[in-house]
Design a protein around this ligand. Structure first.
Ligand SMILES: C[S@@+](CC[C@H](N)C(=O)[O-])C[C@H]1O[C@@H](n2cnc3c(N)ncnc32)[C@H](O)[C@@H]1O
Length: 309
């Protein structure tokens, strides 16, 4: 596999869930293009009158998308928290399906220069869009010990969050932590127990990445915009890789699938505001074969819902 490749996770299940063939002249959104594994299959199933809008916040992902020559395909460099304005700019007021395949792509994780990985030595960056916001190194240089601890604990479920935050603040008094190797060495010295098959840096790197990219905030902002953009019958499909992401998706879908009962008001059943989504099926997880072929799939969960009228 080339260094620039990404093996799509739950490819068939996620694209099947969008029911592209039933709306083959419809408009679909791939909110996380990556290297386009899901987009490619959507285009295979889309008719000549259909449209696929592909978003990614990563300039390298969008550069790859812009190489595609297909009149039905519209790559957009944007965060998916800007879904509404992206659709407005393209005159796509409503759509037939939206797919989110969350987290980082293999090209991001495997390119040493992006600073996502403790496997290589590189400037500690971790931004999906390196032109925006604060790098991981900049954040670690200025964040309070309490903030670092909370990020490690909250997003990484890191048991040694307190010790690591303390060690980072002590280390930066001498000099700032600027590289992945410096951070990985600090973590190896601070994380006292070893989980089998897992580097001691895994949890902290994941937590810092989620924080630097505001991944949970992005998701919380995007889901209501996706729901509002869907036509009746349109599909929302979300693949998540982290328990906190999955919880946000699950709670969002469940809440939208319930009639919204105003608290303490005596409302007759027929007067209840109608639900906006119907949750379809149970969460889908990759098969053992898929996980064996692509270890990145191991924590993936796909949830699907359909827009009600
Ligand atoms: C797991 S990869 C998607 C892989 C893709 N489905 C494929 O088959 O190649 C996730 C992608 O979503 C992008 N991404 C993550 N958060 C984003 C956000 N808030 N807005 C837009 N793109 C985002 C990342 O830059 C990354 O390229």
């Amino acid at each position: 596999m080339s260094a620039d490749a990404h093996i799509p996770v739950l490819l068939q299940a996620a694209v099947d869930a969008l029911e592209v063939e039933s709306h083959d002249n419809g408009t679909f959104v791939d909110a996380t293009f990556g290297r386009g594994g899901h987009s490619r299959l959507i285009l295979e199933r889309l008719g000549n009158g259909g449209r696929l809008i592909a978003m990614d916040r990563d300039p390298e992902a969008i550069a790859a998308a812009r190489e595609w020559r297909d009149p039905r395909f519209f790559p957009v460099h944007a965060r998916f928290s800007n879904l509404r304005t992206t659709l407005d700019a393209l005159g796509a007021s409503s759509v037939d399906g939206v797919l989110f395949d969350l987290g980082a792509s293999s090209p991001q994780l495997d390119d040493p220069q992006r600073g996502f990985s403790f496997r290589f030595d590189a400037p500690l960056d971790m931004r999906m869009n390196p032109a925006l916001g604060e790098s991981a190194a900049e954040w670690l240089e200025r964040a309070s010990e309490a903030e670092i601890r909370e990020v490690l604990r909250g997003y990484g479920e890191e048991r040694f969050a307190k010790q690591i935050a303390k060690a980072i603040v002590a280390a930066r008094r001498d000099r700032p932590i600027r590289t992945t190797r410096e951070l990985a060495a600090l973590l190896a010295a601070t994380v006292r127990t070893r989980e089998s098959g897992q580097d001691p840096a895994t949890r902290a790197f994941q937590a810092i990445r989620i924080h630097v990219n505001q991944e949970l905030e992005e998701l919380s902002l995007a889901l209501p915009q996706a729901l509002a953009a869907l036509k009746p019958g349109g599909r929302l499909a979300v693949i998540s890789f982290h328990s906190l992401e999955d919880r946000i998706v699950k709670n969002f879908m469940r809440a939208a699938a319930r009639p919204n009962l105003p608290e303490r008001l005596p409302v007759r059943a027929r007067d209840l505001p109608s639900p906006k989504l119907r949750v379809l099926g149970r969460p889908v997880k990759p098969s053992a074969e898929e996980v064996a072929a692509n270890p990145r799939a191991r924590s993936a969960v796909l949830r699907v819902a359909a827009r009600l009228a």
